[in-house]
Design a protein around this ligand. Structure first.
Ligand code: SF4
Length: 367
């Protein structure tokens, strides 16, 4: 019989191994999983946590994902779109604070006005963030949904180099249950391939603890990341959102959900080795030290929220989002404590690109 310590010492894992690790219950076993993932993180991606200052550009969305608090059909929130000055100022604040990278996130829109707006924000952030500390300016990640290959290329040419597009579930049936029929699984997968073709460092992720989701589904999600050669993972617990249209199906017990989310981070690290994994803010909706715990279980990226406080309450993808009233400077000290509590240090003034991207592009160019 395979013992847990020999299982954790493996460098490759069967689906059954992954399910076993995701399902660990004994606190000592979970501590062993955490330690194995933490050590592998140090070896594969180093001992630093990289910040990406998050700017929630707009909560206007043309889509209607059932789980989402800002979906088009929710009439109970005030819609906003930041001005270009607001977006650029927030991003530049992150550069001046040593963050190295920012993320521009918004509801999904494919109209030319929005595409050109993002293009000009990206170009200005890039140009104005060049400094001695950041000779190539801020690293810019976009999280703006499914777009055409041409749009991805325009935004890349303007200066963005990473893109996060979550698959939410790699099980087409589950994907179909949590999205309206107009949103298709195959289209999302094709969009991820387009992002790779456009030259981005590509990120995706899933919701953990969706109603009806099994450990085998989560194991398949990790296999999906590998099959798409994904560079960055941004996954988080499924927490209900007011205004979502899945309220009747409920959610997991918060403590169990936190535990499962942390095990998912750790197992993803063990299977994928050199990707960047975010310790998402949603973990702090489940425990005040949720983000520190995510780091201790193998995450190496954190995304402090730099959205102006006046509009932040209107960008709630899920209920209980933490830090709605905190100024960026206040968050920074809390986050630094989280990083240190997770046993890491902050990677100031560096992009913190995923090592996986360097390796896959080197392999592609030599192959
Ligand atoms: S998850 Fe994204 S695309 Fe879906 S409704 Fe929410 S903001 Fe729009």
């Amino acid at each position: 019989m395979t013992t847990l310590s020999s299982l954790l010492a493996q460098t490759s894992f069967s689906d059954a191994d992954i399910v076993t690790l995701l399902g660990l219950k004994d606190p000592d076993d979970i501590a062993a999983l955490r330690e194995a993932a933490y050590s592998l993180t140090t070896v594969e991606v180093g001992d630093t946590v990289h910040y990406r200052g998050l700017v929630e550009v707009s909560n206007i969305c043309a889509l209607d994902c059932h789980y989402c608090g800002i979906r088009r059909g929710n009439r109970d929130i005030e819609r906003y779109c930041l001005t270009k000055d607001d977006v650029v100022d927030a991003a530049l604040w992150s550069a001046e604070s040593g963050y190295g990278s920012c993320v521009l996130q918004a509801g999904e829109r494919r109209d030319e006005g929005f595409i050109a707006f993002i293009e000009s924000c990206v170009a200005e952030i890039k140009e104005r963030s060049v400094s001695q500390q950041l000779p190539h300016g801020l690293g810019i990640t976009l999280s703006l949904g499914e777009q055409t290959l041409e749009t991805y290329r325009r935004w890349k040419a303007a200066g963005a180099h990473r893109y996060l597009l979550r698959i939410e579930s790699s099980n087409p049936e589950t994907f179909g249950r949590i999205h309206p029929p107009t949103q298709r699984f195959e289209t999302r997968v094709a969009a991820l391939a387009d992002l790779g073709q456009a030259g981005y460092q590509v990120g995706t992720g899933v919701m953990i603890g969706l109603p009806g989701q099994t450990l085998a589904d989560l194991a398949a999600d990790i296999r999906f990341y590998a099959s798409c050669d994904i560079d960055m993972i941004g996954m988080g617990p499924y927490i209900v959102a007011s205004g979502n249209s899945m309220l009747d199906v409920g959610m997991m017990d918060p403590q169990a959900l936190l535990g499962l989310s942390l095990r998912m981070i750790a197992v993803t690290r063990l299977v994928l080795h050199d990707v960047n994994i975010a310790s998402t803010t949603a973990l702090e909706a489940l425990a005040t030290d949720g983000r520190a715990q995510g780091i201790a279980f193998g995450a190496n990226v954190a995304m402090p929220n730099l959205t102006p406080r006046e509009v932040r309450q209107n960008y709630q993808l899920y209920q209980g989002k933490p830090g709605l009233d905190q100024a960026p400077a206040q968050q920074q000290s809390g986050l630094e404590r989280s990083v240190e509590a997770g046993g890491r240090r902050v990677g100031w003034n560096s992009w913190g690109d995923p090592r996986h991207f360097g390796r896959r592009t080197a392999a592609n160019s030599s192959g």
